[in-house]
Ligand binder design. Structure first.
Ligand code: ZN
Length: 147
């Protein structure tokens, strides 16, 4: 726990409103903080500021867990790929954002990432995000994360 860290606060509260989409003993998954449809936020339960600071168990689980989430997103949405990124510029608790491209050229590739990073409200859709989180959550219930 790190004072002032919003992700540690979420962990301390037992998860975001509606609960975790998935979790292991080291990692938890919730929707993208901006509620971008088809995007997830994977974070270690312990406060750690960078990829270099992960414990051995956290690092060992990161590959299988992130691969499993990519598969969950692809099978839940029909997307042919997923994007992922981690900056840690604003929130200094390591987190990996994983999501699917949008349906139009403006919501694909670098254009989508730029819009997300600029907090462009046109990529935010609370209802669509919640619906997709439900779909991904049901997929994960049927296909639990194995570490
Ligand atoms: Zn933290």
């Amino acid at each position: 726990m790190s004072d002032g860290c919003p992700l540690c606060a979420t962990v301390q509260q037992g998860g975001p409103p509606g609960g975790w989409v998935g979790a292991t003993d080291e990692w938890a998954v919730m929707g993208h903080p901006l509620q971008v449809p088809g995007w997830l936020c994977l974070m270690p339960l312990r406060h750690t500021e960078s990829l270099a600071d992960l414990s051995h168990p956290e690092a060992t689980q990161l590959g299988p867990v992130s691969r499993h989430l990519a598969k969950a997103l692809m099978e839940s949405t029909g997307a042919d790929r997923v994007y992922s990124y981690s900056l840690g510029h604003t929130v200094r608790h390591f987190h990996l954002l994983i999501g699917v491209p949008g349906a139009t050229p403006e919501t694909q590739g670098p254009r989508l990432l730029t819009r997300i990073l600029q907090r462009d409200q046109t990529v935010v859709d609370q209802q669509a995000s919640a619906a997709l989180l439900g779909t991904v959550g049901r997929w994960l219930d049927a296909h639990p994360i194995a570490t």
